[in-house]
Design a protein around this ligand. Sequence first.
Ligand SMILES: Cc1cc2nc3c(=O)[nH]c(=O)nc-3n(C[C@H](O)[C@H](O)[C@H](O)COP(=O)(O)OP(=O)(O)OC[C@H]3O[C@@H](n4cnc5c(N)ncnc54)[C@H](O)[C@@H]3O)c2cc1C
Length: 373
Amino acid sequence: MDKEAKPIVAELDRRHDPADCVSDVLLEKCSELGFRTLTIPEKYGGGGVEDTVTVGIVCEELGVGDLSLASIPVNGRKLYHMLNPDLASEEVRDKWMKAYCDDVGFMVAIAMTEPDSGGDNILPYNEPGHGVRTTAVRDGGDYVINGRKQFIAHAGIAKLYTLFARTDPSKGVMDGTSCFLIPETHPGMSFGRVHDKMGFRLLRNQEIVFDNCRVPAEWMLGPENGGIAAMRAGLRSDGILNAARCLGVARRALEEIVDWCKNRVQGGRPVIEHQAIACELADMHVMLQAMRALVWNVAWAVDHEPPDPKAVPGVMAFCTEHAFEIAHRAAELAGGMGVMKDMPFEKLLRDAFCIKHLDGGNYLKRFKVAAGL
Ligand SMILES: Cc1cc2nc3c(=O)[nH]c(=O)nc-3n(C[C@H](O)[C@H](O)[C@H](O)COP(=O)(O)OP(=O)(O)OC[C@H]3O[C@@H](n4cnc5c(N)ncnc54)[C@H](O)[C@@H]3O)c2cc1C
């Protein structure tokens, strides 16, 4: 991260066109080092690492370079979990996991959110007429898909799309939605604008448009109308890795500000020797320790304890809020330099704000914790 990523991420982040901010070079380097395929079983060509704590540690380290780099191992783990034997045949698992391992630029996109349905899919709000509006209508041996997705990570560069579409509009989103695996450049699937985000810019988010997109029925993943339940089963634990990558942002902000406070002299001494600033840094250090302890604790529990629906949403909400808090305090302590692009603080603050809005945002995550209570 120090040698390859930090020197170029600031420049990529500043590019005006959001379509130019993703680095193929960093993706390929991460692939060559085995991060992208870390969690895919060895028989397909992956690293075979299932232990969530280990994957979390990798995400923290990549997150120190940039939040988007930590998407790379998360992406492989999502593919592996979505193609679990309950949902995908051995043939399908073989086909896509081998293709994923053989191509250093292969990423997967998960297309759920739409202009009129975001949190309704995540909570979910399970009333007919709400949630996913994109439709997939059976026509002989095919489904014909129409609709629009937005905010989709890796859209436009991914080589495989997991699409959620309504196969029974008379039911709620949980019971009327199916999941399809669609390869890139399939007729009827095209891409809209690349979203111009305030931060997290090295992650590309783009719209996807389906216009009479005809796909064979065999491309359905899991049972008809069982798409959301299938996705939840498949991805149940991956949110912990989003919490782990927050550690990277928070650690980078803390390391950079401690260094800066040791070197910046005001009032006749390095500002770290002023007690008000020293206490702020101490609080930030303890916050980071608390985040890390929680991530490792819940990451371990994901592999070794019965599922707890409160655990992962809770740790995600805690870590995203505290990463933002640490990045915010770091930018404050740096004075005027905190808002200047010469220093990393303003970027870390923008990135940390964006990650609060993944997977339904932090209100919805707290609703899940409360529902579990
Ligand atoms: C960086 C980034 C990457 C993303 N990547 C993907 C991706 O790869 N694939 C994908 O499908 N989506 C992706 N998303 C979308 C993300 O999952 C949604 O933004 C999120 O689910 C919230 O939906 P929304 O933005 O439509 O907000 P809305 O659902 O419109 O919510 C607006 C506000 O209302 C609150 N709210 C919503 N419902 C309720 C309720 N029932 N009760 C009380 N309050 C409520 C919310 O907390 C929020 O404050 C991404 C988003 C971001 C920012």
